[in-house]
Write a protein that binds this ligand. Structure first.
Ligand SMILES: Cc1cc2nc3c(=O)[nH]c(=O)nc-3n(C[C@H](O)[C@H](O)[C@H](O)COP(=O)(O)OP(=O)(O)OC[C@H]3O[C@@H](n4cnc5c(N)ncnc54)[C@H](O)[C@@H]3O)c2cc1C
Length: 463
């Protein structure tokens, strides 16, 4: 079998994996990034906003690699805007087409070796240490070896293959639904916002005190109008969407969430579709999801064109390049981040990344749990939630972190995933440069925090 050696191997090229690979390479490690698909960036390519990077008070909670990426987008003239959703959060909207160009530039310029259409199918492990990843691609099977590994596979594949303990949803629950994001161009935002201003009963607004700030619903829709961007969340139990669901014009859903992606194309991204199946790692479930979700995209676009002011002349301009998967397996780490840690905005001396998104658990049909972080603040993700129990040289990053279901419902968003990625990549680079190839746990967390701060990560100073 052909063999290649690196200092650090990152599995998974989603938002967490690209940040991990860039951080590892920036810290001097010979880094490989392994991705089953043909693109890098995962959900960053769909048009959804980056959540979890600005808290409810408007403070930035994530910097570093995310900032570099957004700056690259701005340098190319791409649309990037920090906006208030006037519901629970503030977020960063951007043009996903420019993002498709910026991500490879960032990753390749950092010096990362990229393996695309390459699937990791086995790990080589002995005594709690992983020494290699067996991958398969059109060239056949290949062994990639390294001193440290980052599992940013979303599903925790590397840890699962290495025998780590995994968490999944309970027997009587379903994981969060899969969804297909899509975009519509030629939207008249003025008409949409004028409608929203007059119909606060149709949209979700002011669901946290930090965002509401004592305003009435009508005052908030006035703010949405004044912001001038199509940031609108039609709620499933509101009269507009609710009656469309009842009449069969729309499938049952908790939301039709609209966010801007490009001013010049007058384009928005739409998050609405959903199918909840028992296990999104099963191929037959993903196939079923493709069939149902692509039909829902069409149905939702028809509903918007027919029933929502501003969409009369709009058309579908893009569908996500892949099915969106919110929740599968989580890895059991040295510490399991809890819902209480998240909701109370707990700060810690061993925090290596921040989260600030509300607990956001989509459910089947019209259900969605949304609970804000206290005082519009943020919480720290400790290093121990990124260290898989029983594995010495593997770090976790992204939505498969060691967390309760509730905590994952917050930390899964892209801002925190990128912050975790930066921490995981930096730590693996530091560990791989030790001459004795020490365990990741031998690196003092204070040293990692110092490195992260020096490279622009935000670890302190936020509510
Ligand atoms: C529909 C939807 C809407 C969302 N809305 C928002 C939003 O508005 N804002 C926000 O910030 N977040 C949102 N999220 C959450 C967020 O996008 C994801 O949780 C986050 O992007 C996960 O990133 P990740 O890198 O951890 O995992 P993923 O994006 O899942 O990336 C993992 C990568 O690993 C690769 N991989 C997995 N296994 C293997 C293997 N064995 N071999 C090789 N490659 C492998 C996969 O191909 C994939 O590219 C949404 C998620 C979904 C699905």
């Amino acid at each position: 079998m052909n063999c290649q050696d690196y200092d650090v191997i990152v599995l998974g090229g989603g938002s967490a994996g690209i940040a991990a690979a860039v951080a590892a390479a920036q810290n001097g490690a010979r880094t490989a990034l392994v991705e089953a698909g043909q693109m890098l960036g995962g959900e960053l390519l769909t048009g959804m906003t980056v959540d979890g990077a600005i808290n409810g008070r408007g403070e930035d909670t994530v910097g570093g690699v995310l900032n570099s990426l957004l700056q690259l987008c701005r340098n190319m003239g791409g649309f990037v805007a920090k906006l208030n959703d006037w519901r629970l959060i503030q977020y960063v909207a951007y043009d996903p087409e420019i993002m498709k160009i910026a991500i490879p530039q960032l990753v390749f310029d950092a010096g990362v070796t990229v393996y695309l259409q390459t699937f990791a199918e086995e790990v080589v492990r002995s005594d709690g240490k992983v020494s290699g990843l067996v991958v398969r691609n059109k060239g056949g099977r290949q062994l990639l070896t390294a001193r440290a590994f980052v599992d940013a596979s979303g599903d925790g594949d590397l840890c699962a293959m290495a025998g780590a303990e995994m968490l999944s949803v309970g027997r009587d629950e379903k994981p969060q639904p899969m969804s297909m994001m899509f975009r519509m161009a030629n939207v008249d935002s003025g008409a949409l916002l004028a409608y929203v201003r007059e119909h606060p009963e149709c949209v979700a607004v002011g669901e946290s005190d930090a965002i509401r700030g004592g305003r009435t619903d009508r005052e908030i829709t006035e703010e949405i109008y004044r912001q001038g961007q199509p940031c609108v969340f039609f709620k499933g139990d509101g009269p507009l969407l609710g009656s469309a669901i009842q009449s069969g014009d729309m499938f049952p859903t908790a939301l039709v969430m609209i966010q801007p992606t490009s001013a010049s194309r007058r384009e928005v991204c739409i998050n609405a579709t959903r199918i909840a199946l028992d296990d999104p790692t099963r191929t037959d479930n993903v196939a079923m999801a493709l069939r149902v979700l692509s039909q829902q995209v069409f149905q939702c676009a028809e509903f918007l064109r027919k029933s929502v002011p501003g969409f009369g002349e709009a058309s579908i301009s893009g569908m996500s390049p892949r099915i969106g998967i919110r929740e599968t397996r989580r890895v059991v780490g040295d510490y399991i981040l809890t819902g209480e840690d998240v909701l109370s905005g707990r700060k810690r001396d061993d925090g290596v990344a921040k989260g600030c998104h509300h607990v956001d658990i989509h459910q089947d049909g019209t259900g969605q749990i949304r609970i804000p972080v206290a005082d519009g603040g943020s919480y720290d993700i400790p290093l121990a939630s990124l260290l898989p129990k029983g594995l010495e040289n593997v770090v976790i990053a992204g939505r498969c972190l060691s967390a309760s279901r509730e905590a994952q419902g917050s930390a899964r968003v892209m801002g925190s995933c990128m912050a975790m990625g930066q921490a995981a990549g930096s730590l693996s680079a530091m560990a791989s440069s030790q001459t004795n190839h020490a365990s990741l746990r031998d690196i003092p967390v204070g040293r990692l925090r110092q490195t992260l701060r020096a490279q622009g990560a935000i670890l302190d100073g936020t509510h």
